[in-house]
Design a protein around this ligand. Structure first.
Ligand SMILES: [Zn+2]
Length: 69
């Protein structure tokens, strides 16, 4: 499982979300998540409704790098 730190654009809450398997399809700009992003307050969110925090960015980068090995 992969926990990524997000900020909800609706309620501005920062939360960790388990996204399951994360893949990085070369033809897509965005990584693909196995699970949906769920804000503890607002429920399911699309990627456009959340912001990656700095921590989230580095978590994602780390997962990306280890997926290239
Ligand atoms: Zn929210």
């Amino acid at each position: 499982m992969s926990e990524i730190n997000f900020k909800c654009k609706k309620c501005m809450m920062v939360f960790n979300c388990d996204l399951g398997k994360i893949s990085f399809p070369p033809d897509l700009e965005r990584p693909k998540f196995e699970k949906e992003i769920v804000c503890p307050k607002c429920g399911k969110l699309s990627i456009n409704q959340v912001e990656l925090t700095e921590l989230g960015q580095s978590q994602l980068t780390e997962i990306h790098l280890s997926s290239l090995k």
